[in-house]
Design a protein. Structure first.
Length: 246
């Protein structure tokens, strides 16, 4: 019996060690961060975890073996100020400092502002940040923007000539916020594609979408310090209530 007990203890020790190793963050994840959200995009449950500007514009799909959240077209949504129309946000958590990573595939026709977006610091439909990945850069495309009660405004201090989507090509992206500093990567994970700094909004929701295009979002992971859940706002895009409102 004592040998059996010893074997069980040994196996338990290996299990704990394996789990600790498996959950160790990659080297690029900031110290003190742990995996806080990794949605199962192969399950229809993901559609019930997000709030949408237009739920009919979204579905779960699969592409090249990747389970994905798909934006199938422009949303039927009229924002109060000029800003993206298609937005899906996770409203069960708010993130201040975080690292969001995902894979994106743009499915719209090719033109200069062909885009997909990642949202963060989302307070309500009139106050948030977003990283805009577009084919060609100009003051209204391929930048980090803020929406603060008025039409979107560029806050990025550095960007590239554009995000080359190609056709049916997946792209790896990251968005990181550390206090006021915002860093964005597109494909090249060694050199940031965009930089910005802003202190107007603190912790807020994160999400996915586009200004007025279509695409897929896969392999989503959010790394951040451990935080507390918030009361979910089920009327976010109907009431315009602030994040965390009860």
């Amino acid at each position: 019996m004592k040998y059996l007990v010893s074997l069980l203890l040994l196996l338990c020790g290996f299990t704990v060690l394996f789990q600790a190793f498996a959950e160790e963050p990659p080297a690029y994840v900031p110290k003190g961060f742990s995996l806080q959200w990794q949605p199962d995009l192969a399950s229809d449950a993901i559609l019930g975890q997000l709030e949408f500007t237009d739920p009919k514009a979204w579905r779960r799909s699969t592409n090249a073996g990747r389970a994905a959240l798909e934006l199938i077209g422009n949303s039927q949504y009229a924002a109060k100020v000029r800003s993206p129309s298609s937005i899906a946000v996770l409203t069960t958590r708010r993130f201040g400092d975080f690292l969001l990573e995902a894979e994106l595939l743009q499915t719209g026709p090719d033109y200069g502002h062909r885009d997909l977006c990642l949202f963060f610091g989302f307070q309500d439909p009139g106050r948030y940040y977003y990283a805009h990945f577009a084919s060609k850069t100009d003051p209204e495309a391929n930048q980090v923007f803020i929406v603060d009660g008025k039409p979107f405004t560029k806050i990025s201090t550095r960007t590239t000539e554009g995000s080359r989507w190609g056709q049916n090509e997946w792209h790896r992206v990251r968005v990181q916020r550390l206090r006021t500093r915002i860093t964005v990567w597109f494909d090249d994970m060694t050199t940031p594609a965009m930089l910005a700094e802003d202190a107007r909004f603190g912790a807020g929701y994160i999400g996915f979408g586009s200004f007025n295009d279509s695409g897929l979002f896969a392999q989503v992971r959010v790394w951040a310090p451990l935080g507390d859940p918030v009361v979910r706002n089920l009327d976010l895009f109907r009431s315009g209530a602030p994040a965390g409102a009860q």
